[in-house]
Write a protein that binds this ligand. Structure first.
Ligand SMILES: NC(=O)c1ccc[n+]([C@@H]2O[C@H](COP(=O)([O-])OP(=O)(O)OC[C@H]3O[C@@H](n4cnc5c(N)ncnc54)[C@H](O)[C@@H]3O)[C@@H](O)[C@H]2O)c1
Length: 475
């Protein structure tokens, strides 16, 4: 039966929905135990669900079963150990065991940018859904959580119909995910909304039961978690629309930074002043090196590619500009570095040979070890390509950064990175860097020059300590 949409009211009575396994609450699985799936599996065990995490990466599964979180995410280690010990959580590379375990299967595999264009690579979604569907032996609900182009849920439904026995009546739903790395545990346990795209009351009821732990926790804390029940297409679009909005807000203030650079204005004061207007708000309004990571850049590109396919490309043409503004911030740091070091840019860009540069930060933001499409690492690579001897330190990202860009020199601490440097570039706003003492660092460097690419340092303090200071979008 079709239920009315949109429906932002609490779910209607759901008591009649009994999990097909016969257990009192749905048994849940998470296919793909990366940043999204591992966090979910662990947090849902914490909420009391009987959870199985599945991945094709055997190393990851071995680590998780041994109580080792393969990513850096504050708070997750302790929850993993506690829930493994409680027997509510296990991890497997066996798809038949996964199919047998779950009433609700969440698809959390990657959807990276395709190698041959801007669209999303759906091969991992296809592989995981197909193998799961082939192994199902009773009715179940398959729920997509990965970020996908609109239309994917309908296609997944067809895949499931093709690969699972028709008499089982396996159903599909979509529930996009909004967690932020660095805050992921709280975002999963205490989401600011839950969005579900469903086609039947049964799917609606099962999804409610699979989220009931979140609603119950909210009730004990006197909070409410808004629920938006909608159709497949809207659920898929909510996620990419939200990311497009956030990316646009960041690029808007970075565009203002460019105008400030040309006119002598100060974008940090400008942002503060416009942010007081509650219609604008001050969040996501910090000018700096721009956005990166495994989501925003590839999501706005895939959104444009999909809109183009649907004949709505014009509507999202501005996202191309959002992307370009974002990428221009990276070359701006290269040119600022050259300026501070007294190097002029030729037709092939600046020549920084013979200089030593300390890069503080490699991850795309603080409190994560994720370096995927990290602006910091991209700038470090640009500086290296321009001939500089680049020494990088990051509190959590060094291991991943070394794998991604092995040609840079990685250091074990801030002091080691800045020792003998002609220039220090702060490229990720880790608290360790924000709170570093400029006088102490000043004694270690060869030249007191700093590029604050995140506008996160106290410029007056650094200037007083004798540093030549340059922020982005500031005089
Ligand atoms: N990372 C985030 O903050 C975040 C937030 C919201 C949404 N998302 C979306 O969630 C999805 C996953 O992102 P992520 O950052 O966790 O990616 P990830 O690369 O960290 O994890 C993906 C995992 O899927 C596994 N995998 C690949 N093929 C598989 C298969 N056939 N069966 C089972 N597992 C398989 C990989 O081994 C990997 O462990 C993406 O669509 C992303 O856009 C991510």
């Amino acid at each position: 039966m079709t239920i009315p949409y949109p429906n932002t009211q609490p779910m209607p009575a759901i008591a009649s929905v009994t999990p097909p396994s016969g257990s009192s609450r749905p048994r849940v699985t998470f296919l793909g135990t990366g940043y999204l799936g591992a966090t979910y599996a662990i947090c849902y065990a914490e909420l009391g669900y009987d959870v199985l995490g599945f991945d094709v990466d055997a190393d990851k599964i071995t680590k998780l079963n041994a109580g080792e979180v393969p990513i850096h995410e504050p708070g997750l280690d302790e929850l993993l150990k506690r829930n493994l010990a409680a027997g509510r959580l296990r991890f497997s590379t066996d798809i038949a065991e996964t199919a047998e375990h779950g009433d609700v299967h969440f698809i959390c595999v990657g959807t990276p940018q395709r190698a041959d264009g801007m669209g999303a690579d759906l091969s991992y979604v296809e592989a995981s859904v197909t193998s799961l569907a082939q192994h199902l032996t009773r009715k179940a609900l398959i729920v997509g959580k990965s970020t996908v182009p609109v239309g994917t849920a309908e296609w997944v439904e067809q895949l499931v119909g093709k690969h699972s026995p028709a008499d089982l009546g396996v159903e599909v739903a979509w529930s996009p995910e909004f967690l932020q790395e660095g805050f992921a545990v709280d975002d999963v346990l205490r989401p600011n909304r839950i969005v579900v795209g469903v086609k039947s009351e049964w799917a609606n009821g099962m999804l409610y039961a699979a989220h009931k732990g979140v609603f119950d926790l909210a009730a004990t804390e006197d909070r409410e978690v808004p629920l938006v029940v909608t159709d497949f297409a809207t659920a898929e679009l909510v996620k990419v629309a939200a990311n497009a909005f956030l990316a646009t807000k960041i690029s808007f203030i970075n565009a203002m930074a460019e105008v400030c650079e040309a006119s002598g204005g100060d974008v940090t004061q400008l942002a503060r002043a416009i942010g007081y207007d509650p219609r604008i708000g001050n969040r996501f309004l910090q000018a700096g090196l721009g956005f990166g990571g495994a989501c925003l850049p590839k999501d706005i590109r895939a959104f444009q590619a999909r809109a183009q396919e649907l004949g709505a490309g014009e509507a999202l043409r501005f996202l191309h500009e959002v992307d370009l503004i974002n990428l221009r911030r990276r070359t701006r740091v290269l040119h600022l570095a050259a300026e501070l070091l007294g190097r002029r840019a030729g037709p092939a860009g600046p020549d920084l040979s013979g200089t030593r540069i300390a890069v503080l930060g490699a991850t795309f933001k603080p409190n994560t070890d994720d370096v995927r499409d990290a602006p910091a690492l991209a700038v470090a690579a640009l500086l290296h390509k321009a001939g500089a001897d680049v020494h990088v330190y990051d509190p959590q990202g060094v291991e991943n950064a070394r794998r991604a860009v092995p040609e840079l020199t990685y250091e074990a601490g801030i002091s080691e990175a800045v020792a003998g440097a002609d220039l220090v570039c702060v490229l990720t706003e880790w608290a360790d860097f924000r709170n570093a003492d400029p006088s102490v660092l000043g004694d270690l460097v060869a030249g007191r020059r700093v590029v604050d690419a995140r506008n996160c340092l106290d410029s007056a303090l650094w200037t007083q300590a004798g540093w030549e200071y340059r922020g982005l979008g500031r005089p």
